[in-house]
Every structure is written in structure tokens, then in C-alpha cells.
Ligand binder design. Structure first.
Ligand SMILES: Cc1ncc(COP(=O)(O)O)c(C=O)c1O
Length: 356
């Protein structure tokens, strides 16, 4: 007799990118930031490792919410902080979707956690394929196509998208949000590397939440801090069902200090964006077809060998990139933009594999 719920036995869990134990690998597979947190963030976090570890942290991450509210010109009641944005995406599924009745809608390919959250919640996946160029369809196109559900209880939009890297215009997202009846979550995990962001829609519409994370742009994957901005009513519903102490104390300290150090991080965004464009050009000269990216990674179709073979050959040269098995992207490699030194090593390895 199984003691596990039947639908969990069949569930395919989320597969995170590899965190290798072997030393000396250049890690370009999980979109981490190549630059360390600001020295002030490191100092503040280290200074917080004292007798306080005995105590529970602030249950609502109040100090951080106040800072984030100021940053985005909203009130603290418009902000909820989570143990990574992944936690909040899961809470949203639980808060806004009636299991067994409602559907969760998203484009494919996009963030591969959404189907897993839908399955865990025993609700219906409503997947709508993006066009061949991975651009965001217009509302008229979605209406014509008839597959999009404008009444979906919950819609996730990864913007800029992952794994395509494709940036979406705020005006187009605005039109889409306006047309939706249910809750829309604009997952802006990579937005700091894009030309524009859609934060204004979180205050314009009371059914829109914008999701952000400190993981990618703010070099804090290890601390697990993400947040949503949106109407007080939606935030309150999420707040009701989160764990009392969902955000660890050191993470709160690190993130609060991060928000005070924006010039340091903005300089890093500029470096990563510049290197992304340069790498795209250098790879193009070697026969790689790279999609335009508004993120800290590129999705690129490699020449000569299958993408899977490239994954192995690069790994033999101690470079770890991501190959995703989804049929729409299986001919591509997803490569995180690392440091100057790491990208130079990538190019050397590519040239060696191509023997040029
Ligand atoms: C689109 C997208 N959203 C959210 C996340 C999760 O970020 P966090 O580290 O805040 O949980 C990721 C991480 O890979 C992502 O790619």
C-alpha cells in the first residue's frame, strides 16, 4: 500500500541546473551572476552572524519591504517577500487557483517551474506555444488563434522570457494584462538586463503582480530572496498562507543592504549586457545563431554538431552550459553570461572544438 498521494507518485518534479561538485568548472548553466555581492552586503551579512542567530527573524521582512516599497514608489502593504521568488510563485498557485476546476496558463517555452506548480496543485495546465521567433503574440493574434484563455484564473508570463531570452515590450504586456480577467504574474526575474520593465502595471491593475528576485541581478542566489509587488488585496491573500518566518534573517540583512547599493549593481548590469552583445557577435562569426537577448544569458543554435554533443564537448573542456530537452529548444544551448575571463575561455573552447 502506498502512503503517498497518487498524483504525487506520478508527478515530475522541477529539474534544477547542475551544481557540480567538481572544482575548476566554468559555470555558465544556471544564470548566476559572475560578480560577487557588493563588499557592503558581504560585510553587513557577516556582521549579522552573531548571537542573533538564536532568534527568529522579522516575520514579515518588514525592513526589507519598507525599502522595496520606497524603491518602487509603492506602500509596504504592496510588497511580499519570499524564500526566493519560487516560493511566491508556488503561493500564488495555491492562493488564486481552485484545484480541480481552474487552469494555470503560460506560454511555452517559458519557466519550467510553472507546469510543476500546476501539477502539485492538481489543477489544469493551459499551455500556449509561442510563435517560432518566441516573440510575445499580440492580443489580436491570441484572440484569432483561439487557444489563449482570457479568463484563466492565473497566468504566468516570464518577461523577459526564459529560456529564449526574448524581451517583451511593456505596451504589449499592458494590453495583455488589460485583456485578462484572472490574476497575471509578470515574472521579471531577468528584467535588470532588459531595456524596460513592467513594474508600473503592478500599480495600474489590481489583478497584476510583478515578481522580482535578488538571485540573478543581485548576486544573492545563496540567500534565496524574491518578492512580489501588487495590489494590497492580492498581497494580503498571499501573506495569509505563507509560513510565519518564510524569509531567513541573513537573507533579509543581505537584501536590505543590496537595495542601498544600487550603483554597484547597475555597473555590473552594464558590464554583463555589453559582454552579452560582444559574445553574440563573436559566436556569430563562428556560425552560432543567437536569439536577441534581454537577459544575462543567450539561447544559441550551435553549428556543425548537435547541441547535446556541444554540451558534452564543452564539458570536456571544463565549461558547463545548459541544454534543455524541450522539443522547441533542443537544438539550442543556453549560455549564461559570465565574467570577461569566463567568456574568453568559452570562446577558446568553441574554437578548439571547431578546430579554427
Ligand atoms: C523565470 C524565472 N523566475 C523565477 C526564478 C526563481 O528565482 P528565485 O531564485 O528567486 O527563486 C527563476 C530561476 O531560475 C527563473 O528563471
Amino acid at each position: 500500500m502506498s502512503r503517498i498521494r497518487k498524483h504525487l507518485e506520478r508527478l515530475h518534479p522541477y529539474v534544477p541546473g547542475e551544481q557540480p561538485k567538481a572544482r575548476g568548472l566554468i559555470k555558465l548553466n544556471t544564470n548566476e551572476n559572475p560578480y560577487p555581492p557588493s563588499p557592503k552586503v558581504l560585510a553587513a551579512t557577516q556582521a549579522a552572524v552573531d548571537d542573533r542567530l538564536r532568534l527568529y527573524p522579522n516575520p514579515t521582512a518588514q525592513g526589507l519591504r519598507v525599502r522595496l516599497a520606497k524603491l518602487h514608489s509603492v506602500k509596504p502593504e504592496n510588497v511580499i517577500v519570499g524564500n526566493g521568488s519560487d516560493e511566491l510563485l508556488a503561493l500564488a498557485t495555491r492562493a488564486f487557483v481552485e484545484p480541480g476546476r481552474d487552469c494555470v496558463q503560460y506560454f511555452t517555452p517559458s519557466y519550467s517551474l510553472y507546469p510543476v506548480l500546476t501539477d502539485i496543485h492538481k489543477s489544469r495546465r493551459h499551455e500556449v506555444p509561442l510563435p517560432a521567433d518566441f516573440n510575445l503574440p499580440t492580443v489580436q493574434e491570441l484572440r484569432r488563434d483561439k487557444r489563449w484563455d482570457f479568463k484563466a484564473a492565473l497566468t504566468f508570463v516570464t518577461t523577459p522570457n526564459a529560456p529564449s531570452g526574448c524581451g517583451y515590450a511593456t505596451a504589449d504586456l499592458d494590453a495583455l494584462c488589460r485583456a485578462q480577467k484572472g490574476v497575471v504574474i509578470l515574472d521579471e526575474a531577468y528584467v535588470d538586463f532588459a531595456g524596460e520593465n513592467a513594474m508600473a502595471l503592478a500599480t495600474k491593475y489590481d489583478h497584476v503582480l510583478v515578481s522580482r528576485t535578488f538571485s540573478k541581478a543581485y548576486s544573492l542566489c545563496f540567500q534565496r530572496i524574491g518578492y512580489f509587488v501588487g495590489s494590497a488585496k492580492l498581497i494580503e491573500a498571499l501573506d495569509k498562507i505563507r509560513d510565519s518566518y518564510n524569509v531567513n534573517g541573513l537573507g533579509q540583512v543581505a537584501a536590505e543592504t543590496t537595495v542601498k547599493q544600487m550603483p554597484y549593481y547597475r555597473a555590473n548590469f552594464r558590464k554583463i549586457i555589453e559582454l552579452r552583445e560582444r559574445t553574440t557577435e563573436q559566436l556569430a562569426a563562428l556560425g552560432f545563431q543567437t536569439l536577441p537577448s534581454a537577459t544575462n544569458f543567450i539561447l544559441t543554435k550551435p553549428p556543425r554538431f548537435a547541441a547535446r554533443t556541444w554540451l558534452t564537448r564543452l564539458r570536456e573542456r571544463k565549461i558547463l552550459v545548459r541544454w534543455l530537452t524541450d522539443t522547441r529548444v533542443k537544438n539550442f544551448l543556453r549560455i549564461t553570461i559570465g565574467s570577461e575571463h569566463e567568456m574568453a575561455a568559452l570562446l577558446r573552447a568553441v574554437k578548439a572544438i571547431l578546430k579554427v
